[in-house]
Design a protein around this ligand. Structure first.
Ligand SMILES: [Zn+2]
Length: 436
Protein backbone atom coordinates (compact mmCIF):
# COMPACT_ATOMS: atom_id res chain seq x y z
CA UNK A 1 0.00 0.00 0.00
CA UNK A 2 2.85 2.37 0.67
CA UNK A 3 3.87 4.21 -2.45
CA UNK A 4 7.28 5.67 -3.11
CA UNK A 5 7.23 9.34 -2.22
CA UNK A 6 7.67 11.85 -5.01
CA UNK A 7 10.17 14.71 -4.57
CA UNK A 8 7.71 17.01 -2.92
CA UNK A 9 7.00 14.40 -0.26
CA UNK A 10 10.52 14.40 1.07
CA UNK A 11 10.31 18.09 1.82
CA UNK A 12 7.02 17.57 3.62
CA UNK A 13 8.60 14.69 5.53
CA UNK A 14 11.39 16.97 6.66
CA UNK A 15 9.00 19.65 7.86
CA UNK A 16 6.66 17.25 9.68
CA UNK A 17 9.48 15.18 11.08
CA UNK A 18 11.16 18.23 12.57
CA UNK A 19 7.92 19.06 14.26
CA UNK A 20 7.54 15.52 15.57
CA UNK A 21 11.06 15.50 16.98
CA UNK A 22 10.39 18.80 18.72
CA UNK A 23 7.33 17.22 20.35
CA UNK A 24 9.17 14.08 21.36
CA UNK A 25 11.70 16.16 23.23
CA UNK A 26 9.00 17.44 25.54
CA UNK A 27 7.88 14.00 26.68
CA UNK A 28 9.50 12.20 29.58
CA UNK A 29 11.64 9.31 28.46
CA UNK A 30 10.33 5.78 28.82
CA UNK A 31 12.38 4.43 31.76
CA UNK A 32 12.20 0.63 31.49
CA UNK A 33 12.56 -1.29 28.21
CA UNK A 34 9.61 -3.59 27.47
CA UNK A 35 9.87 -6.92 25.64
CA UNK A 36 6.73 -8.39 24.07
CA UNK A 37 7.29 -12.13 23.70
CA UNK A 38 5.50 -14.52 21.35
CA UNK A 39 3.02 -11.95 20.15
CA UNK A 40 1.06 -12.02 16.90
CA UNK A 41 2.46 -8.96 15.13
CA UNK A 42 0.65 -6.68 12.72
CA UNK A 43 3.46 -4.36 11.69
CA UNK A 44 1.26 -1.94 9.73
CA UNK A 45 1.28 -3.97 6.53
CA UNK A 46 1.39 -7.69 7.32
CA UNK A 47 1.09 -10.38 9.98
CA UNK A 48 3.89 -12.35 11.65
CA UNK A 49 2.22 -15.09 13.74
CA UNK A 50 4.91 -15.29 16.46
CA UNK A 51 7.32 -12.43 17.10
CA UNK A 52 9.21 -10.62 19.85
CA UNK A 53 9.25 -6.83 19.95
CA UNK A 54 11.57 -4.78 22.17
CA UNK A 55 10.80 -1.13 22.88
CA UNK A 56 13.17 1.29 24.59
CA UNK A 57 13.33 5.07 25.08
CA UNK A 58 9.95 5.53 23.43
CA UNK A 59 10.96 3.73 20.25
CA UNK A 60 10.83 0.28 18.77
CA UNK A 61 14.32 -1.09 19.27
CA UNK A 62 14.14 -4.58 17.76
CA UNK A 63 11.68 -6.90 16.05
CA UNK A 64 12.55 -10.59 15.77
CA UNK A 65 12.36 -13.85 17.65
CA UNK A 66 13.99 -15.01 20.89
CA UNK A 67 15.20 -11.48 21.67
CA UNK A 68 17.31 -11.22 24.85
CA UNK A 69 15.25 -10.01 27.82
CA UNK A 70 18.15 -8.38 29.72
CA UNK A 71 16.64 -5.78 32.06
CA UNK A 72 13.37 -5.42 30.15
CA UNK A 73 9.90 -5.82 31.59
CA UNK A 74 8.40 -8.92 29.92
CA UNK A 75 4.91 -8.89 28.44
CA UNK A 76 3.61 -12.33 27.45
CA UNK A 77 2.01 -11.89 24.02
CA UNK A 78 0.51 -15.38 23.77
CA UNK A 79 -3.00 -15.12 22.31
CA UNK A 80 -2.57 -11.41 21.74
CA UNK A 81 -1.84 -9.16 18.76
CA UNK A 82 0.45 -6.13 18.79
CA UNK A 83 -0.45 -3.33 16.37
CA UNK A 84 0.83 0.16 15.68
CA UNK A 85 -1.19 2.81 17.56
CA UNK A 86 -4.22 3.69 15.43
CA UNK A 87 -4.47 6.91 13.43
CA UNK A 88 -7.81 8.68 12.89
CA UNK A 89 -7.30 10.86 9.82
CA UNK A 90 -10.43 12.99 10.15
CA UNK A 91 -11.37 14.53 13.48
CA UNK A 92 -11.92 17.98 14.92
CA UNK A 93 -9.89 18.44 18.08
CA UNK A 94 -11.93 20.39 20.62
CA UNK A 95 -9.76 20.23 23.73
CA UNK A 96 -7.34 18.27 25.89
CA UNK A 97 -10.08 15.87 27.02
CA UNK A 98 -10.86 14.95 23.41
CA UNK A 99 -7.22 13.89 22.91
CA UNK A 100 -7.38 11.82 26.11
CA UNK A 101 -10.58 10.13 24.90
CA UNK A 102 -8.91 9.18 21.63
CA UNK A 103 -5.85 7.73 23.35
CA UNK A 104 -7.71 5.46 25.77
CA UNK A 105 -9.24 3.70 22.76
CA UNK A 106 -5.83 3.13 21.16
CA UNK A 107 -5.88 6.10 18.78
CA UNK A 108 -2.40 7.48 19.36
CA UNK A 109 -2.49 10.06 16.55
CA UNK A 110 -5.30 12.22 15.23
CA UNK A 111 -5.34 14.32 12.09
CA UNK A 112 -7.52 17.34 12.69
CA UNK A 113 -9.40 18.74 9.69
CA UNK A 114 -10.43 22.14 11.08
CA UNK A 115 -9.85 23.80 14.43
CA UNK A 116 -8.89 27.17 15.81
CA UNK A 117 -5.14 27.82 15.49
CA UNK A 118 -5.16 29.28 19.00
CA UNK A 119 -6.35 26.01 20.52
CA UNK A 120 -3.97 24.12 18.23
CA UNK A 121 -0.98 26.04 19.63
CA UNK A 122 -2.14 25.63 23.20
CA UNK A 123 -2.61 21.86 22.91
CA UNK A 124 0.55 21.23 20.91
CA UNK A 125 2.59 23.04 23.56
CA UNK A 126 1.11 20.74 26.23
CA UNK A 127 1.80 17.44 24.42
CA UNK A 128 2.08 14.59 26.95
CA UNK A 129 1.78 10.83 27.32
CA UNK A 130 -1.86 11.00 28.44
CA UNK A 131 -3.11 12.51 25.18
CA UNK A 132 -3.10 11.45 21.54
CA UNK A 133 -0.69 13.40 19.34
CA UNK A 134 -2.25 15.43 16.59
CA UNK A 135 -1.57 17.34 13.41
CA UNK A 136 -3.93 20.02 12.24
CA UNK A 137 -5.31 21.80 9.18
CA UNK A 138 -6.15 24.85 11.33
CA UNK A 139 -8.64 27.05 9.49
CA UNK A 140 -9.87 25.71 6.13
CA UNK A 141 -10.07 27.51 2.79
CA UNK A 142 -13.72 28.42 2.25
CA UNK A 143 -15.76 31.31 0.82
CA UNK A 144 -17.84 33.80 2.86
CA UNK A 145 -20.92 31.90 4.06
CA UNK A 146 -19.40 28.60 2.85
CA UNK A 147 -19.08 25.30 4.75
CA UNK A 148 -16.95 25.80 7.83
CA UNK A 149 -18.31 29.29 8.57
CA UNK A 150 -21.43 27.95 10.33
CA UNK A 151 -19.74 26.79 13.55
CA UNK A 152 -19.28 30.15 15.24
CA UNK A 153 -15.53 30.43 14.69
CA UNK A 154 -14.44 33.70 13.17
CA UNK A 155 -12.66 32.11 10.22
CA UNK A 156 -10.86 33.86 7.36
CA UNK A 157 -12.35 33.31 3.88
CA UNK A 158 -11.14 33.43 0.30
CA UNK A 159 -12.86 34.21 -3.01
CA UNK A 160 -10.31 34.89 -5.72
CA UNK A 161 -7.67 32.53 -7.08
CA UNK A 162 -5.21 35.43 -6.99
CA UNK A 163 -5.48 35.46 -3.15
CA UNK A 164 -4.50 31.79 -2.85
CA UNK A 165 -0.81 32.03 -1.99
CA UNK A 166 -1.39 34.79 0.53
CA UNK A 167 -4.20 32.76 2.11
CA UNK A 168 -2.16 29.57 2.33
CA UNK A 169 0.90 31.35 3.69
CA UNK A 170 -1.23 32.91 6.44
CA UNK A 171 -2.49 29.43 7.45
CA UNK A 172 1.05 28.06 7.53
CA UNK A 173 2.15 30.97 9.71
CA UNK A 174 -0.72 30.10 12.07
CA UNK A 175 0.65 26.56 12.33
CA UNK A 176 -1.39 24.49 9.87
CA UNK A 177 0.41 21.23 9.09
CA UNK A 178 -1.54 20.79 5.82
CA UNK A 179 -4.25 22.72 4.01
CA UNK A 180 -7.93 21.75 4.10
CA UNK A 181 -10.36 23.08 1.49
CA UNK A 182 -14.15 23.12 1.58
CA UNK A 183 -15.72 22.31 -1.80
CA UNK A 184 -19.43 21.57 -1.63
CA UNK A 185 -20.44 21.74 -5.31
CA UNK A 186 -23.22 19.28 -6.03
CA UNK A 187 -23.56 18.30 -2.37
CA UNK A 188 -27.06 17.47 -1.25
CA UNK A 189 -26.13 17.49 2.42
CA UNK A 190 -26.15 20.57 4.63
CA UNK A 191 -28.49 23.12 6.17
CA UNK A 192 -29.17 25.01 2.96
CA UNK A 193 -28.16 22.33 0.53
CA UNK A 194 -27.39 23.69 -2.94
CA UNK A 195 -27.54 27.28 -1.84
CA UNK A 196 -24.37 26.95 0.23
CA UNK A 197 -21.72 29.00 -1.58
CA UNK A 198 -18.45 27.27 -2.30
CA UNK A 199 -14.98 27.81 -3.75
CA UNK A 200 -14.84 28.10 -7.53
CA UNK A 201 -12.91 25.35 -9.30
CA UNK A 202 -10.34 27.94 -10.25
CA UNK A 203 -9.77 29.07 -6.66
CA UNK A 204 -9.68 25.47 -5.42
CA UNK A 205 -6.99 24.70 -7.98
CA UNK A 206 -5.03 27.81 -6.99
CA UNK A 207 -5.18 27.01 -3.25
CA UNK A 208 -4.02 23.44 -3.87
CA UNK A 209 -1.15 24.72 -6.04
CA UNK A 210 -0.26 27.27 -3.34
CA UNK A 211 -0.10 24.50 -0.71
CA UNK A 212 2.12 22.44 -3.01
CA UNK A 213 4.30 25.48 -3.62
CA UNK A 214 5.08 25.35 0.12
CA UNK A 215 5.46 21.54 0.05
CA UNK A 216 2.29 20.91 2.02
CA UNK A 217 -0.59 18.53 1.37
CA UNK A 218 -4.02 19.77 0.27
CA UNK A 219 -7.04 17.78 1.43
CA UNK A 220 -10.53 18.61 0.17
CA UNK A 221 -13.93 18.24 1.83
CA UNK A 222 -16.42 17.08 -0.81
CA UNK A 223 -20.01 15.84 -0.65
CA UNK A 224 -20.83 14.60 -4.14
CA UNK A 225 -19.38 12.46 -6.93
CA UNK A 226 -19.02 15.60 -9.03
CA UNK A 227 -17.23 17.37 -6.16
CA UNK A 228 -14.86 14.43 -5.71
CA UNK A 229 -13.92 14.47 -9.39
CA UNK A 230 -13.46 18.25 -9.45
CA UNK A 231 -11.20 18.17 -6.37
CA UNK A 232 -9.02 15.34 -7.65
CA UNK A 233 -8.76 16.94 -11.09
CA UNK A 234 -7.72 20.17 -9.37
CA UNK A 235 -4.73 18.32 -7.87
CA UNK A 236 -5.99 17.42 -4.37
CA UNK A 237 -3.74 14.99 -2.51
CA UNK A 238 -6.73 13.49 -0.79
CA UNK A 239 -10.46 13.70 -0.13
CA UNK A 240 -11.52 14.32 3.46
CA UNK A 241 -14.77 12.39 2.85
CA UNK A 242 -16.32 10.07 0.34
CA UNK A 243 -19.42 11.38 -1.44
CA UNK A 244 -22.99 10.88 -0.28
CA UNK A 245 -24.63 9.23 -3.26
CA UNK A 246 -27.05 6.48 -4.20
CA UNK A 247 -24.39 4.67 -6.17
CA UNK A 248 -20.71 4.95 -6.96
CA UNK A 249 -19.43 5.35 -10.50
CA UNK A 250 -17.74 2.07 -11.48
CA UNK A 251 -14.55 3.83 -12.55
CA UNK A 252 -14.18 5.82 -9.32
CA UNK A 253 -11.43 3.63 -7.88
CA UNK A 254 -9.37 3.79 -11.08
CA UNK A 255 -9.92 7.54 -11.31
CA UNK A 256 -8.60 8.12 -7.78
CA UNK A 257 -5.70 5.68 -8.24
CA UNK A 258 -4.70 7.23 -11.58
CA UNK A 259 -4.36 10.60 -9.83
CA UNK A 260 -2.43 9.09 -6.88
CA UNK A 261 -4.93 10.54 -4.46
CA UNK A 262 -6.12 9.06 -1.17
CA UNK A 263 -9.63 8.94 0.26
CA UNK A 264 -10.72 9.28 3.90
CA UNK A 265 -14.18 7.66 3.68
CA UNK A 266 -15.63 8.79 7.08
CA UNK A 267 -18.42 6.21 6.82
CA UNK A 268 -19.17 6.78 10.53
CA UNK A 269 -20.49 10.25 9.84
CA UNK A 270 -22.07 9.15 6.55
CA UNK A 271 -24.11 6.60 8.50
CA UNK A 272 -25.23 9.31 10.90
CA UNK A 273 -26.42 11.30 7.90
CA UNK A 274 -28.01 8.52 5.86
CA UNK A 275 -28.48 5.46 7.98
CA UNK A 276 -31.76 4.52 9.60
CA UNK A 277 -29.63 3.76 12.65
CA UNK A 278 -26.27 5.41 13.07
CA UNK A 279 -23.05 3.43 13.39
CA UNK A 280 -22.62 5.25 16.69
CA UNK A 281 -25.62 3.53 18.21
CA UNK A 282 -23.99 0.15 17.65
CA UNK A 283 -20.87 1.19 19.54
CA UNK A 284 -22.92 2.09 22.62
CA UNK A 285 -23.68 -1.58 23.12
CA UNK A 286 -20.18 -2.89 22.53
CA UNK A 287 -19.04 -4.62 25.74
CA UNK A 288 -15.40 -3.55 25.24
CA UNK A 289 -16.04 0.06 24.27
CA UNK A 290 -19.04 1.09 26.33
CA UNK A 291 -17.37 0.91 29.79
CA UNK A 292 -14.87 3.55 28.66
CA UNK A 293 -17.37 5.94 27.08
CA UNK A 294 -17.88 9.18 28.97
CA UNK A 295 -21.35 10.70 29.27
CA UNK A 296 -20.34 13.19 26.61
CA UNK A 297 -19.17 10.42 24.29
CA UNK A 298 -22.44 8.59 24.78
CA UNK A 299 -24.51 11.62 23.92
CA UNK A 300 -22.39 12.29 20.80
CA UNK A 301 -22.89 8.70 19.66
CA UNK A 302 -26.65 8.94 20.19
CA UNK A 303 -26.87 12.30 18.47
CA UNK A 304 -28.29 12.54 14.93
CA UNK A 305 -28.21 15.28 12.33
CA UNK A 306 -31.33 17.43 12.11
CA UNK A 307 -33.55 16.21 9.28
CA UNK A 308 -33.15 19.61 7.61
CA UNK A 309 -29.54 18.57 6.97
CA UNK A 310 -30.08 15.13 5.64
CA UNK A 311 -33.23 15.26 3.48
CA UNK A 312 -33.19 12.62 0.79
CA UNK A 313 -29.49 11.82 0.98
CA UNK A 314 -28.43 8.26 0.26
CA UNK A 315 -25.09 6.77 1.24
CA UNK A 316 -25.32 3.46 -0.57
CA UNK A 317 -22.69 4.66 -2.99
CA UNK A 318 -20.33 5.65 -0.15
CA UNK A 319 -19.86 2.04 0.95
CA UNK A 320 -19.89 0.83 -2.67
CA UNK A 321 -16.85 2.97 -3.41
CA UNK A 322 -14.68 1.24 -0.77
CA UNK A 323 -14.01 -2.05 -2.61
CA UNK A 324 -13.65 -0.13 -5.90
CA UNK A 325 -10.89 2.00 -4.36
CA UNK A 326 -9.18 -1.04 -2.86
CA UNK A 327 -9.31 -3.04 -6.10
CA UNK A 328 -7.81 -0.13 -8.04
CA UNK A 329 -4.96 0.25 -5.54
CA UNK A 330 -6.07 3.70 -4.31
CA UNK A 331 -5.04 4.51 -0.77
CA UNK A 332 -7.91 4.25 1.74
CA UNK A 333 -7.19 6.21 4.92
CA UNK A 334 -9.46 5.63 7.92
CA UNK A 335 -11.21 8.63 9.44
CA UNK A 336 -14.40 9.25 11.39
CA UNK A 337 -15.14 13.01 11.42
CA UNK A 338 -15.59 12.91 15.20
CA UNK A 339 -17.22 14.63 17.05
CA UNK A 340 -20.02 15.09 14.53
CA UNK A 341 -23.40 13.60 15.49
CA UNK A 342 -23.19 9.79 15.70
CA UNK A 343 -19.41 9.80 16.17
CA UNK A 344 -16.92 10.28 18.96
CA UNK A 345 -13.18 10.29 19.54
CA UNK A 346 -11.39 6.96 19.62
CA UNK A 347 -14.32 4.58 19.89
CA UNK A 348 -15.70 5.53 16.47
CA UNK A 349 -12.50 4.54 14.69
CA UNK A 350 -13.12 0.92 15.75
CA UNK A 351 -16.62 1.25 14.29
CA UNK A 352 -15.23 2.83 11.12
CA UNK A 353 -12.96 -0.18 10.53
CA UNK A 354 -15.89 -2.54 10.96
CA UNK A 355 -17.84 -0.53 8.36
CA UNK A 356 -14.95 -0.98 5.89
CA UNK A 357 -15.06 -4.72 6.44
CA UNK A 358 -18.82 -4.72 5.94
CA UNK A 359 -18.23 -2.75 2.72
CA UNK A 360 -15.86 -5.44 1.44
CA UNK A 361 -12.33 -4.90 2.78
CA UNK A 362 -10.56 -7.76 4.51
CA UNK A 363 -9.86 -7.09 8.20
CA UNK A 364 -6.15 -6.82 7.32
CA UNK A 365 -6.85 -4.14 4.71
CA UNK A 366 -8.96 -2.27 7.27
CA UNK A 367 -6.06 -2.36 9.76
CA UNK A 368 -3.71 -0.97 7.09
CA UNK A 369 -6.13 1.95 6.55
CA UNK A 370 -5.71 3.08 10.17
CA UNK A 371 -1.94 2.55 10.48
CA UNK A 372 0.58 2.52 7.63
CA UNK A 373 -1.82 4.05 5.07
CA UNK A 374 -2.42 7.36 6.92
CA UNK A 375 1.29 7.58 7.81
CA UNK A 376 2.14 7.17 4.10
CA UNK A 377 -0.63 9.48 2.86
CA UNK A 378 0.32 12.29 5.25
CA UNK A 379 4.06 11.62 5.06
CA UNK A 380 4.51 10.99 8.79
CA UNK A 381 7.40 8.55 8.64
CA UNK A 382 7.89 7.85 12.37
CA UNK A 383 4.63 5.98 13.04
CA UNK A 384 1.91 3.75 11.59
CA UNK A 385 4.26 0.76 11.44
CA UNK A 386 6.20 -1.34 13.94
CA UNK A 387 9.85 -1.30 12.91
CA UNK A 388 13.16 -0.39 14.57
CA UNK A 389 13.55 3.36 15.10
CA UNK A 390 9.84 4.18 14.88
CA UNK A 391 7.75 5.50 17.77
CA UNK A 392 6.62 2.93 20.30
CA UNK A 393 2.97 3.95 19.80
CA UNK A 394 1.38 0.54 20.23
CA UNK A 395 -1.89 -1.25 20.79
CA UNK A 396 -1.99 -4.72 22.38
CA UNK A 397 -5.27 -6.58 21.99
CA UNK A 398 -6.65 -10.04 22.70
CA UNK A 399 -7.35 -12.21 19.67
CA UNK A 400 -6.68 -11.71 15.98
CA UNK A 401 -8.01 -8.42 14.56
CA UNK A 402 -6.67 -9.43 11.13
CA UNK A 403 -9.31 -12.17 11.17
CA UNK A 404 -12.03 -10.45 13.19
CA UNK A 405 -11.82 -6.66 13.02
CA UNK A 406 -13.84 -6.27 16.23
CA UNK A 407 -10.86 -7.63 18.16
CA UNK A 408 -9.26 -4.14 18.00
CA UNK A 409 -11.70 -3.22 20.79
CA UNK A 410 -10.55 -5.93 23.21
CA UNK A 411 -7.66 -3.79 24.41
CA UNK A 412 -5.05 -5.21 26.78
CA UNK A 413 -2.72 -2.20 26.78
CA UNK A 414 -1.94 1.00 24.90
CA UNK A 415 1.50 2.59 24.73
CA UNK A 416 2.33 6.11 23.69
CA UNK A 417 6.03 6.48 22.97
CA UNK A 418 6.67 3.55 25.26
CA UNK A 419 4.52 4.85 28.12
CA UNK A 420 1.66 2.54 29.07
CA UNK A 421 -1.57 4.51 29.05
CA UNK A 422 -3.57 4.35 32.27
CA UNK A 423 -7.18 3.65 31.24
CA UNK A 424 -8.44 2.91 34.75
CA UNK A 425 -9.68 6.42 35.45
CA UNK A 426 -11.91 6.24 32.38
CA UNK A 427 -13.64 3.00 33.32
CA UNK A 428 -17.32 3.37 34.20
CA UNK A 429 -18.63 0.12 35.59
CA UNK A 430 -22.17 1.57 35.68
CA UNK A 431 -22.14 1.88 31.87
CA UNK A 432 -21.40 -1.75 31.32
CA UNK A 433 -24.90 -2.95 32.04
CA UNK A 434 -26.77 -0.08 30.53
CA UNK A 435 -25.04 2.32 28.18
CA UNK A 436 -28.31 4.23 27.91
ZN1 LIG B 1 -14.87 17.14 9.43
Amino acid sequence: MIRASPDISMKIVTVLFGFVLALAARLDCQKTPILFQHVRLFDGTQITPDADVLIENGQVKQVGSNLPAENAKIVDGTGKTLLPGLIDAHVHVHGADTLEQALIFGVTTELDMMMSPRLEHELKSQENERRASFFSAGFPATVPGGHGTEYGLDIPTIILASEAQKFVDARLREGSDYIKLMYTAGATFGPRRREVPTLSKQTMRAVIAAAHERHRLAVVHIGSVEGARDAIEAGADGLAHIFHAGSSPKDFGQFVAAHHAFVIPTLSVAHAVCGPKSAGERLLHDPYLSPYLSRENISRLKDTFPSAYTGMVSCKGSAQAIPLLQAAGALIVAGTDAPNPGTTYGASLHGELELYVEAGLTPLQALVSATSAPAAAFHIPDRGRIAPGLRADLLLVNGRPDEDIRATRDIVAIYKQGHEVDRSGFYHSDHRKSPE
